[in-house]
Design a protein. Structure first.
Length: 496
């Protein structure tokens, strides 16, 4: 079966000009460049494949540090022998400064992707290619631009909106001016709606597995509306995803993360990786293993211990959130007791897979799963009216797959009794935490529901108590629970 998104194009859109001598022609017609490339269907397909590529860097290197490790779900293992990883520790504890290389990497990858989408969307109307093909390519580019802006506005608030191809260096500097968050959301919605219009419900070729679909765009736009508290607008989008009959829950929760079952029936969107010497593999699996785990049974290799490892370690808060009998825990977490510290430091099992080459795996990163759609719809229905609209039905479908009893109104078991709208909110938050653990949803959920400060303040107390005697948490940790990341210093300098 062919794989998607492995033809990457470096888009050079600002050429060197100004010299009038014919002998100094830096863009010969027999090589691909910005002037002669965007002509054929094949070239635009290469370009849209290239627009997926920056997401690999985002999800392999920075997204999990900024969206999962920022939350109460995961932390890190302190490494006293290699202190080159302090920048990641700072992210976990709200201590990072405005020149964090991880934050800057996230920002740069996002705008690289936006820039590639702008080139495609700008040049597509003039191209003489099949209308149906152009429509699907446009839909993918619109989704990817919306997706990047949605992540940026949630991370930073006000950010620059760039919608056209930069034609010069001066033009690029002009585009560095920030727009209000509300304006960014307006653009996200417009792009998402365009994507919904132009994307297919599904693709007919295996070669297109992994590309975004109408359901991907509907799911994202529903999350956008939920972030804005517009639950009434999110409901029909989520119902449309269900009504498409394209997706279904895997009977076995662990199948969602089985490397041999990628892009399965529950997958709405996942970041694609390929094993091999091609620069397209992932290594987040290795990064999530404690640095003092010396066995070779997890990835097939002994870790090259140091600052590369020991990140995104499940917290005691998360472990306590799993109910007895929840089969998601065994599918998600591996028990481990640190020899260095003598405390439990379990690590993420979801993504574990062996590879032929160390630090080069084909493990994908899930972005949207069908279970997420059920939980989002249950939340929206509860916000509209407690006890109505099948909210309990969708919540319990997810719980039943996990091997857990249904939650109901007036249940004799107090742990299963949900008898108010606020109690249902708590039940949804709990279910999302354990169902979607390590998939970069928790921090955004805390922001969206207004719980970030209270949850992380309590988490700080628990972390200090749990790690006392093992390592001392920095005194400045968790002192300032910022809801937005500091705007990168390098970008601030462009504004002046």
């Amino acid at each position: 079966m062919k794989k998607l998104i492995y033809l990457f194009l470096i888009l050079t859109t600002v050429g060197i000009s100004g010299c009038k001598k014919d002998f100094l022609n830096l863009q010969p017609n027999d090589t691909q460049n910005g002037a002669n490339f965007f002509k054929t269907t094949s070239q635009f397909k290469q370009a849209i494949n290239g627009a997926y590529q920056p997401l690999q860097g985002l999800y392999n290197d920075s997204f999990w540090a900024m969206a999962e490790m920022r939350s109460d779900n995961t932390s890190y293992e302190y490494d006293p022998y290699d202190r080159s990883g302090t920048h990641k520790e700072e992210l976990d504890e709200f201590r990072e400064i405005n020149n964090s290389d991880i934050v800057e990497s996230f920002f740069d990858n996002s705008y690289t992707d936006i820039g590639r989408c702008n080139v495609i969307l700008g040049r597509l109307p003039a191209a003489n290619i099949n209308a149906d093909t152009a429509k699907v390519i446009s839909g993918q580019a619109s989704f990817l631009r919306a997706f990047n802006y949605f992540n940026l506005v949630r991370m930073f608030g006000d950010v620059p909106i760039v919608l056209t191809e930069a034609q010069s260096v001066a033009d690029a500097f002009k585009q560095a001016v920030k727009s209000p968050a509300a304006t960014v959301y307006t653009q996200v919605i417009a792009d998402a709606q365009a994507a919904i219009t132009n994307l297919p419900v599904k693709y007919t070729s295996d070669a297109d597995k992994g590309r975004v679909t109408k359901g991907t765009a509907q799911t994202m736009l529903a999350e956008v509306y939920m972030t804005q508290k517009k639950f009434d607008l999110a409901v029909p989008l989520l119902r449309a995803v269900i009504a498409s009959n394209v997706y279904s829950l895997n009977a076995n929760y662990a199948d969602n993360f089985d490397i041999t079952k990628k892009n399965g029936p529950e997958s709405i969107f996942e970041i694609q990786y390929m094993e091999g010497p091609n620069g397209l593999g992932s290594d987040f699996v290795d990064q999530f293993i404690p640095w003092d785990y010396y066995a070779t049974d997890i990835t097939g290799f002994e870790l090259q211990n140091g600052a590369l490892n020991g990140w995104n370690i499940p917290t005691q808060d998360l472990l306590n959130a799993y109910e007895d009998g929840d089969n998601r825990k065994d599918a998600s977490v591996i028990d481990f007791t640190s020899d260095e510290y003598g405390i439990d430091l379990p690590f993420i099992k979801k993504f574990v897979a062996k590879s032929a080459v160390q630090y080069v795996t084909a493990v994908d990163f899930p972005v949207y799963r069908y279970a997420d759609v059920y939980l989002m719809l249950a939340e929206c229905l509860n916000e509209q009216a407690f006890g109505g609209g099948d909210a309990f039905k969708y919540l319990n479908l997810v719980r039943e797959r996990a091997g857990l009893a249904d939650k109901t109104i007036g249940n004799a078991d107090a742990a299963l009794d949900v008898s108010s709208q606020d109690a249902f909110r708590t039940a949804i938050a709990h279910e999302r935490q354990v169902e979607l653990a390590f998939e970069n949803h928790r921090w955004f959920d805390l922001l969206r529901t207004g719980k970030a400060v209270s949850v992380m303040t309590a988490h700080a107390v628990n972390e200090r108590a749990y790690k006392t005697g093992s390592w001392d948490i920095n005194p400045a940790a968790y002192k300032n629970i910022r809801l937005l990341y500091l705007y990168p210093l390098s970008e601030q300098n462009l504004e002046h």
